[in-house]
Design a protein around this ligand. Sequence first.
Ligand SMILES: NC(=O)C1=CN([C@@H]2O[C@H](COP(=O)(O)OP(=O)(O)OC[C@H]3O[C@@H](n4cnc5c(N)ncnc54)[C@H](O)[C@@H]3O)[C@@H](O)[C@H]2O)C=CC1
Ligand SMILES: CCCCCC(=O)/C=C/[C@H]1[C@H](O)CC(=O)[C@@H]1CCCCCCC(=O)O
Length: 254
Amino acid sequence: MELVGKVAIVTGAAQGLGRAFARAMIQRGAKVCISDQNVEKGNTSCVALRKELNTADVNFVKCDVTQQDDMKNMFDDTVRRYGGVDIVVNNAGIMNERTWSSCVDINLKGVIQGTLLALEHLQERGGVIINISSIAGVVPVAGAPVYTATKHGVIGFTRSCSVNPKVKAANIRLACLCPTFTDTPILDMTDDHFTSWSSRQNLWKDVEQLGIMKVETVAQGFIQLLLDKDNNGAIMTISPNRGIQTKYYPKARM
Ligand SMILES: NC(=O)C1=CN([C@@H]2O[C@H](COP(=O)(O)OP(=O)(O)OC[C@H]3O[C@@H](n4cnc5c(N)ncnc54)[C@H](O)[C@@H]3O)[C@@H](O)[C@H]2O)C=CC1
Ligand SMILES: CCCCCC(=O)/C=C/[C@H]1[C@H](O)CC(=O)[C@@H]1CCCCCCC(=O)O
């Protein structure tokens, strides 16, 4: 897939990985709507990207992924501004075991809603949906069971959509990105983010063992995943030990 002239939406893109994904796509000629619930950070990042990359092809739209009206508006605004949508990156996510219900609302329900709207918008012209899971989507994580459940859910949902014959016929491709710990503000966790059945100490031991990747490393894998036109249903893992790997898990026997 060539990115020049393509139109992309990234949720939760005011900072961290979402902003890095947006930046990498703009650098390759895409027009990008960055959205986030945080208006101040979203606007600041939009201005910074315009300046750094010397482009007008990036805009910010306020969107809380738990709010259906915000989500619809994000798509409609992008269509009005750029004439359509080609790429949707459902990235917004939080790590909070204590407010676990909002973790499910944002990490899982937000991705489901974003994907369903994306499928509607892409069904005439085809396109790509990348859902951001985590290595916690494929391995158990004792320190963060709710976060882990949401990320497993993202993979199950995305792979199920990818094998739908209607999706294939519409020339839509779906894939998941599963990084390990990456240097973004999500790692600024305090004990308040945990319960007696989860643990910052446990998670931090894992961080110390595994290390923390740079956002640029993950953005490199993201672009690889986006450009590979034959990877519908793929799960890409990225870790300091094994680097970027694309995996295909068994499909249902029908
Ligand atoms: N940084 C890491 O170690 C890893 C992150 N991930 C995933 O990558 C994605 C991005 O995370 P990071 O950039 O690391 O985190 P981050 O905390 O730096 O950025 C997350 C962004 O999502 C936004 N957000 C939160 N709730 C939202 C909502 N309801 N609606 C819209 N936006 C909302 C925040 O305002 C923030 O800008 C998440 O899905 C996360 O689970 C996956 C594996 C590792
Ligand atoms: C808030 C961000 C959470 C990110 C979760 C995460 O990256 C968890 C990682 C480890 C967990 O704590 C326990 C583990 O075993 C996870 C690491 C497993 C890495 C396997 C890498 C395999 C591969 O590269 O293929």
